[in-house]
Design a protein around this ligand. Structure first.
Ligand code: IVH
Length: 690
């Protein structure tokens, strides 16, 4: 026989457990346990509470979530046509690949295909059946094969037509959404009533749609937009855009956004436009949907098991996701700045796995009240570097620990300093190994001297062995060839490659070599600007702060920093040595577009490079607009890579006049996108100025 205390404890534990599951289910759309398991726990709690009503709390989940979760036993209906999903893409390149795939599937017989660009609504998808113009059923997507019959709730949504303007039998698909303007009010009400809040309008839409009480649906004022007419061809419609107009004519609400585009350049522009403009809409969008407009071609192009090949989703970067903060690593940057880096339980955010995130500085940790062990929200800042946004304090259980700022440099042990009025902790030891290592890693990085083969482990080793003391010693490594070959895992081949990369780096463009010097506030784009204006490093070194300030986009911070650099003995010695070594410090010809550059935030610019990142390029034939070396530089500056021959790895072959066997070979592979020089320039868009 269990004691009353044990029973009470059991009830409290069950209540807490179920509340947690329900929180995840409603707020994060995440099931921590299966439905069966959940129901079992809820039933167990219900039985115990019935037997021992004295332990039944007022806010027990048997009361608060009883109606919404336990009873979601809607009738299941099999879709007449499966509700497919869409392949996701995350950059314009994927969209270009998608259109290329379509061209290929159609044997390149269609000249200029037309694509419809639509908003991707972030709500709950729905399929409606009309018979003789009357609304008969409304079914959720479910698993795509069968969904839940939510007809009654659909009737409670005002903007959905119950009777169509024409007496036709048809099926239409769209999205039930929760208006952003009503979302905050809903959560306020739920909080006041002791219920869990919805994490976002999508959860609110799907949660509301599954309400048993249609009255609640009516009160919450859900809305709906439609984007797909099933079997449109039976209404003699040939294009998707016409089908949307027809839906509007029948009385359906659409977003009004169905833009017809034939060029991928325009496609990119419009996607970028909507990525900003969507903020003003009263519904959430998580991307764009691109559909081939001509429906007569759909069958020929076909389907994968899950999605059509004639449509693709372009997903905007996901905003936030939650994960556990396991610990903090204090990183020493090349400037001596100490940055706390969050070590996270691995999660996926818009296509990439994330284990670490930036926390900027100790003040930010305090301000956000973040503790080790917290579940935290993370997001991608400027859409590249993940950052910790905030802890979820409601989920704390007392085991979380406070984060203490370090007193000493984690690398050299010197006591850290904090400049007056500045929030950053700094190591000011000029021979701090972490600072030297950071400077060298920055110097050899892809955007700077692009010396591959000098990763952080190797740099560390070379520093320890005394082969390198500063960046200039990299160019003496060739004198240690024999010793290097002997080093573990560094065979003959990799040393040859490394030494070759080091020699090649001497020819890097002036903007890259200037960037490599690591002058504070001189990122890629400022380096370009300075290179173009100064023409060579001697001129730049002579410039006064006033002269520097006359350069467009150069503000006080940059001007002072550049001036200080060239008036410091230590940097002048390095520059002189590099000049003697033969590093190029003269401007050649083209520049990366510096539009939109903000002095405060260089990372703004980097996100735009994404379209080239990791892609492999090769040029063949005579180029008319660029010198070969310059065009290769453009590729590298934008994050791409130049290959020397056609292989399966190649993404783009840019073809000039009198192209030969490389073109044939690339065509035969079938996986390479072939572009003319003009098309390549288009691909660069406004990233370059010629
Ligand atoms: S078309 C066969 N168009 O996205 C293609 N879907 O990831 C049918 N969605 O399940 C879908 N906005 O819930 C289409 N303009 C739009 C959309 C859209 C949102 C949703 C829909 C679908 C999911 C696919």
């Amino acid at each position: 026989m269990e004691s009353l205390d044990t029973i009470k404890e059991k009830i409290i534990n069950l209540q807490d457990e179920i509340k947690k599951y329900s929180y995840y289910y409603y707020s994060k759309n995440e099931s921590l346990v299966s439905d069966v398991e959940f129901d079992k726990k809820l039933k167990e709690l219900e039985e115990l509470e019935n037997k021992y009503p004295e332990f039944k709390a007022e806010n027990s989940p048997t009361i608060t979530i009883g109606s919404s979760l336990k009873d979601t036993k809607f009738r299941k209906i099999t879709h007449k046509r499966p509700m497919l999903s869409l392949t996701n893409s995350y950059n314009i390149h994927d969209v270009i690949d998608f259109s290329e795939r379509i061209n290929k599937l159609l044997n390149y017989k269609n000249d200029k295909l037309c694509y419809a660009l639509e908003l991707k609504l972030d709500g709950a998808s729905i399929s409606l059946q009309y018979e003789d113009g009357k609304l008969i059923t409304g079914v959720t997507r479910g698993d795509g094969i069968e969904g839940e019959d939510v007809t009654e709730n659909i009737y409670a949504i005002k903007s959905i037509p119950k009777i169509l303007k024409e007496k036709i039998t048809m099926e239409v698909r769209g999205e039930i959404i929760f208006p952003k303007s009503k979302f905050i009010k809903l959560n306020e009400k739920r909080l006041a009533e002791g219920e869990d809040v919805f994490a976002n309008p999508r959860n609110a839409a799907s949660g509301t749609l599954r309400q048993i009480d249609a009255q609640v649906v009516a009160e919450r004022e859900l809305d709906a937009y439609f984007y797909f007419l099933v079997d449109a061809k039976k209404f003699n419609i040939e294009t998707h855009s016409e089908s949307i107009s027809y839906l509007e004519k029948l009385g359906f609400q659409t977003t009004g956004v169905c833009e017809l585009l034939t060029s991928m350049n325009d496609m990119e522009k419009r996607i970028l436009y909507w990525e900003n403009a969507r903020e003003a809409l009263d519904y959430e969008t998580d991307g764009m949907v691109i559909k081939l407009d001509n429906m007569n071609l759909w069958e020929e192009i076909g389907y994968t098991t899950k999605s059509p090949r004639w449509a693709i989703a372009y997903k905007f970067q996901a905003k936030q996701i939650s994960t556990v903060l396991m610990g903090i690593t204090w990183q020493v940057g090349r400037t001596g700045k100490i940055t706390p880096v969050a070590e996270l339980e691995e999660v996926e955010l818009s296509g990439s796995k994330i284990k670490r995130a930036s926390l900027h500085n100790t003040d930010e940790i305090l301000r956000k009240d973040i503790k080790i062990g917290d579940r935290v929200f993370i997001e991608k800042a400027a859409e590249i570097i993940p950052q910790v946004v905030s802890p979820i304090k409601e989920l704390r259980n007392g085991s979380e620990s406070v984060i203490d700022a370090p007193i000493n440099c984690p690398s050299c042990g010197q006591v850290l300093e904090r400049e007056e009025g500045l929030v950053d902790l700094k190591c000011v030891n000029p021979i701090c190994p972490a600072i030297i290592q950071g400077t060298i890693e920055y110097f050899v990085s892809r955007d700077a001297m692009n010396i591959s083969g000098l990763g952080s482990k190797i740099v560390e080793k070379f520093l320890k062995l005394g082969y390198i003391k500063d960046v200039t010693d990299i160019y003496n490594l060739k004198n240690h060839r024999e010793e290097l070959v002997e080093l573990d895992k560094m065979g003959e081949k990799s040393i040859t490659n490394l030494l070759e990369a080091i020699e090649n780096s001497k020819k890097r463009s002036y903007s890259k070599t200037l960037y490599a010097l690591g002058i504070q506030y001189v990122g890629k784009f400022v380096a370009n600007l300075l290179a173009k204006k100064s023409k060579n490093i001697d001129n730049l070194a002579q410039m006064s702060v006033e002269e520097l300030l006359t350069i467009d986009e150069v503000g006080n911070k940059i001007a002072s920093s550049v001036y200080e650099f060239f008036n410091t003995e230590k940097s002048l010695i390095i520059v002189e040595k590099l000049k003697k070594i033969g590093i190029n410090f003269s401007y050649a010809g083209f520049e990366i577009n510096e539009e939109n550059y903000s002095e405060e935030n260089e990372t703004n610019k980097h996100k735009e490079d994404d379209i080239f990142i990791g892609k492999k390029f090769l040029f063949t034939g005579k180029m008319t607009r660029f010198k070969r070396e310059d065009i290769k530089d453009i590729v590298e500056s934008l994050g791409g890579e130049n290959l020397s021959g056609v292989s399966k790895k190649l993404d783009y072959l840019i073809v000039g006049d009198d192209a030969g066997s490389k073109l044939e070979k690339a065509r035969a592979l079938g996986t390479v996108t072939i572009l003319s020089e003009e098309e390549f320039i288009n691909l660069c868009g406004d990233k370059i100025k010629i």
